[in-house]
Write a protein that binds this ligand. Sequence first.
Ligand code: GLC
Length: 742
Amino acid sequence: MEEKKLKKLFDSLSLKEKIYQLVQLSGEFFNTDALAVGPQEKLGIAKEVVDNVGSVLNVLGAEKVKTIQKSYLEKSTHKIPLLFMADIIYGYKTIFPIPLASACTWDPELMKKSAEIISEESCAAGAHVTFAPMVDLVREPRWGRCLESTGEDTYLNSQYAKAMVEGFQGDFTKGKSIASCVKHFAGYGAAEAGREYNTVDMSERKLRQDHLPPYRAAVDAGCELVMTSFNIIDGIPATANEWLMKDVLREEWGFDGLIITDYAAIKELITHGVANNDREATKLSIDATVDIDMKTSCYSNQLESLLKDGEISNEQIDKAAWRVLKLKNKLGLFEDPYRGASEELEEEILCSQENRKFAREVATKSAVLLKNEKSILPINSEGTKVALIGPYADSQDLIGVWALHGNTEDVVTLKKALEQRVKKENFAYAKGCDTLEDYSTFGEFGQLLDQGNGKLMSTDEKFEELERSVKIAKEADVVIMALGEHMMQSGEGGSRTDITLPKVQLELLEKVKETNTPIILVLFNGRPLILTDIDSRVDAILEAWFPGTEGGNALADILLGDVNPTGKLTMSFPYAIGQIPIYYNQFNTGRPFKESTHSARFTSRFLDCPNEPLYPFGYGLSYSTFEYSNLALDKTVMTKDEEIKVTIEVTNTGTRRGEETVQLYLRDMTGSVVRPVKELKDFKKVLLEPGEGKRVSFILTEEKLQFFTKSMEYMAEAGEFKVFVGKNSQDVLEEAFIYKLN
Ligand code: GLC
């Protein structure tokens, strides 16, 4: 409706009706199953609030949404429709690979198209807003939510943030687009020790230089909502942080969209220790310009009295409520409160063959080939006897823990995919062992898992499975071992201090290793794992992550050679847990291990471990091999308005067509503050026939040299720069140039 009409409607609302628009509740308040994913507590919410609440959390499905919307509007005085918001992070019913996997495609356009498909499926199911993209920078593989992130690099995460917002929101066409909510603002991925919900503490410089740009990219791409993070920033929880929410997000960045808290985050201001009670917590949040209170009774029960006592202003409540109505209007809900929710459309598009086909393509491009000794891969499906062994071999738990609305029953397992393409007489399967031996770490969730429904093996079954695994391994030409962390060992609340494969699976691996049959390890995980001890025990490693609904087919495409893998890591795989945090774009220190004039003892290193990760950022093999040569700059001195053309020759020295992601990094050798030894600044894909060579070029502009200087200005400084171009963050060629201010 026209803004003038909307304003008229707004002005007709009572104070209470405006406040109720700022409250979000989950499904149990609407007599439906609640996909509540946070702490449950008796909220003390009055029925009047429920009947007038502004939005609903994690209720989806055309029929359910239409029923709730209809009965809500029948009772509503002003006929202001409900907003339906949900966690549709990497898929609604067609589940794509987890974001940490899709990020390994190094293809923002592909990620954008995934978001478009997710939006279309979600619209049919009545969704209006998705709590995605999650763009938290992560350098902590102990943290379970690596799964949802796109990794450790600011530049790459920013590209993906923009792509996902554009994919979700499009041009807000009904039936095609949903509003996106970038999260978790800000810095949630820097939780100390990777312990969930733990303290975040860093300099403003590090926050602005490393962590904030991806959120900024999402806001600049037009993201309609921002979600506050659970953590503190400079001692103040984000939900109450006026500097972060008002000064930075709203004033510096010009964001006038909706700020919504994370689950019950307002109430947690008391637990954090910055508020004594709901009233104080409410004031802190509305003063930080937080608009929607997710799942507490703070706003509904405290705002009116704060206003009456003159502690907050009418304007603060009006601004928040007006933002809610503006979004509802932008989504066209006043004209059509059901906005495309359709059972027929659900039937037609949810998990459609077309969507599955695209999800399969994304999954093939998300997998990362980490090792391939003697080119044991791809497997020749004609004559090779294959033994598929492991708890993930025939598991449908391939969608990861944040695919809240997905169905594991839709998942194609690796076993099913291989059986369709490997002759029966050449194929054998054994589960080998359970995913885990001990489910107690999951607490009440443990009962929901294998342990709960009796899937766990008895002692006899364990012995038989082990025996069978060894037998089929002996008889095979090659073993594919499908191993991984349990789906519930990552995601929210999934922090771990031991990120190696489960012990019971390592024991199975050892038994199979004793048969001397070559082993191809296929890994299913939601974070980088410590693979050092098993790396030498296997001949090939394919990192599959949680590859989604079409995971089995995608992996079979790669293992049998129909697809040449192209994935490249966006998060370092540590050599040892003691190295963490470990990431490629670190500072040089005053005593770098490999450059210092001091004796080795007195340099920045460990006595018992290398400084480098086992597998670095940007790393990934192909069935082809690529040679890089002749790195050249068209000038070695650049001034402010000039640009440098960087070119490099890339040749496919392999025997089959392959695609390579060529990466360009920079190092600012001297700045008014220290600068990383490398920073990703650009990347390009090149497709090469066997023997073919191409020159790949990049353009360097002054903008690529900018950073937050000592005075916290974002600008470039004169001096020497190094340019690195290569196949990953370690294996590069280098050149140098000077940047002059005039
Ligand atoms: C959870 C998560 C957040 C999610 C929200 C709503 O606690 O932190 O990512 O969007 O609650 O489910």
